[in-house]
Design a protein around this ligand. Structure first.
Ligand SMILES: [Fe+2]
Length: 300
């Protein structure tokens, strides 16, 4: 189905629970004024937008994303691309690896409740609205990105659970990610600056947030970055976060993106959570350039 929007942008829904293939967008140029609302609407509608066959410089990636709002600086200086500080370099471009997936290979088949599902930067006072990842160099297998539709996960809840979730406030903290990385033996990916942030107050966000564009409700959580819930003890909080993760990562809500070089993938963190799968870091090189646009509306 081609749902052409009237100008040159084409949107073809994927054969998946979320996502659309976008044609007619050349990321080497910033979007035109008329294209920005079309892309924003498509992000809300499909959750994930895939633009294949792109060939962009870091500067062009930044310029394209800046059309949607203010960009983040990656918190760790060593993750910033030289000369284009808004770009977060993910993967193993050199001896260090920025990989947020277990090395077990267990994610080959669903279900995937053990992956590090999250919405970007929910541990910070201003989380991410739109993320874009651009595949500079990708392995022939592994290193996939899974996306889950948190609208659908919320809508699948029975009425009592929905009412219960509607009242929950989750605590989001860098400590959750750092504990997870230590568990995986990836302590090299934690910087002194991040460790310093462990003393910061956790952010409090509703588990159920309302998308400002559609008014639809979506689950907002991170499997590891959510470290507890207001009013629940540690055990109850962990149990709830696990329950939410198991629900949202069910295969019927998930699109698995298998990367090709030149892929650009954008997603709406207001209604999608995502997770990385592992790859053979000794054998393959994976370099992804990520840019993130800051949330510009209150989370509620
Ligand atoms: Fe992420």
């Amino acid at each position: 189905m081609d749902t052409r929007t009237g100008n040159r942008i084409g949107l073809e829904p994927l054969d998946a629970p979320l996502g659309a293939l976008v044609t007619g967008v050349d990321l080497r140029r910033p979007p035109g004024e008329e294209d920005v609302p079309v892309i924003e609407e498509a992000l809300e509608r499909f959750g994930v937008l895939i633009m294949r066959g792109q060939d962009i410089t870091p500067r062009q990636q930044v310029a394209f994303c800046e059309a949607f709002g203010e960009l983040d600086l990656p918190p760790r200086v060593e993750d910033r691309l030289d000369g284009e500080a808004n770009i977060f370099v993910i993967g193993n471009p050199d001896d260090k690896a920025v990989v947020f997936a277990p090395d077990t290979g267990q994610e080959a088949e669903p279900p995937w409740p053990d992956l590090e599902w999250h919405a970007d930067q929910s541990q910070y006072p201003v989380p991410t609205w739109i993320s874009m990842m651009y595949g500079v160099s990708v392995p022939p297998d592994g290193g996939d990105t899974l996306f889950a539709c948190t609208y659908s996960a919320y809508e699948a809840l029975d009425e009592p659970t929905r009412r219960r979730y509607d009242e929950v406030t989750l605590l989001h903290s860098i400590t959750g990610i750092n504990d997870y990385l230590r568990q995986l033996g990836k302590t090299g990916t934690i910087s002194e600056a991040e460790l310093g942030r462990e003393h910061e107050e956790p952010q409090r966000w509703p588990l159920v947030r309302t998308h400002p564009r559609s008014g639809r409700k979506a689950l907002y959580f991170g499997a590891r970055v959510s470290v507890g819930a207001v009013g629940l003890d540690a055990v109850q909080g962990r149990r709830l976060i696990r329950e939410v993760t198991e629900l949202a990562s069910r295969p019927e809500f998930v699109y698995r993106h298998r990367w090709r070089g030149g892929d650009a993938v954008l997603w709406d963190n207001r209604r999608v959570v995502h997770a990385a799968t592992s790859f053979d870091t000794a054998r393959y090189r994976r370099v992804i350039h990520r840019t993130t646009v800051r949330e510009n509306t209150p989370i509620r």
